[in-house]
Design a protein around this ligand. Sequence first.
Ligand code: 13P
Length: 247
Amino acid sequence: MKIVIANWKMNLLSQEAAAFCQAFKAGYTPKAGCEAGIAPPATLLHQVSALLAGSSVQVYAQNAYFEPKGAFTGEISMSQVKDAGCHGVILGHSERRHIFGETDENLVKKLKSAWECELMPVLCIGETLTQRDAGFTLDVLHKQLEVLKVTGPGPLVLAYEPVWAIGTGRVAEPVQIEEVHAFIHDELWHLWHDRGLDIPIQYGGSVTPENFDGILAVPFVSGGLVGGASLDPAKFQKLIGQAQATV
Ligand code: 13P
């Protein structure tokens, strides 16, 4: 199974989102074995869900809180995300971890809460450049994956996003991606045994139509989590077409 998700981050207003969805839907043809998703900012979840209804493109939130409701000003719950028409939720994105202090302890609770609300979590992991240069890449990923030991198995998409490749135009080399994806595949087997082997592992970090074919050819890469290039409907369509061509 392949899966390509657009992470719009803190971009687009409602008119722009409407124009995107209209242009995107006009050129999108689904193909079995390849899922497409869009993760708009929270303010656009309802609108984008309504605009994409019936298209088979799934909507994801970029984050949500683990408590079901209450006095948590500025947060949204998993059930609110579900209520907005979402299929899933991105968790542990490096921007959440590094700018907003997301912790593994919270991620355990968020994963459980997402499953309770029947949302598909997309768990992001990745090392910083300092960690890679110091030779700690696999140790960092091993540590980040330990949340899955605590939660036990459940529906999941995993996204490997090296922090140094996000928004920098510096995509990881296929050989670097191959080493990490094979490692994650192995770790998932150790953590969840057979259930771990069904988990798609996306690559994210400066993905563009120009480099995506090479990335998709790497073993254990099951798609992409795309930031900048996903803001252009034509580019996003192209990326989905590239993933569809591999299934
Ligand atoms: P870019 O594709 O802009 O590098 O962003 C990647 C990302 O963070 C997707 O979640």
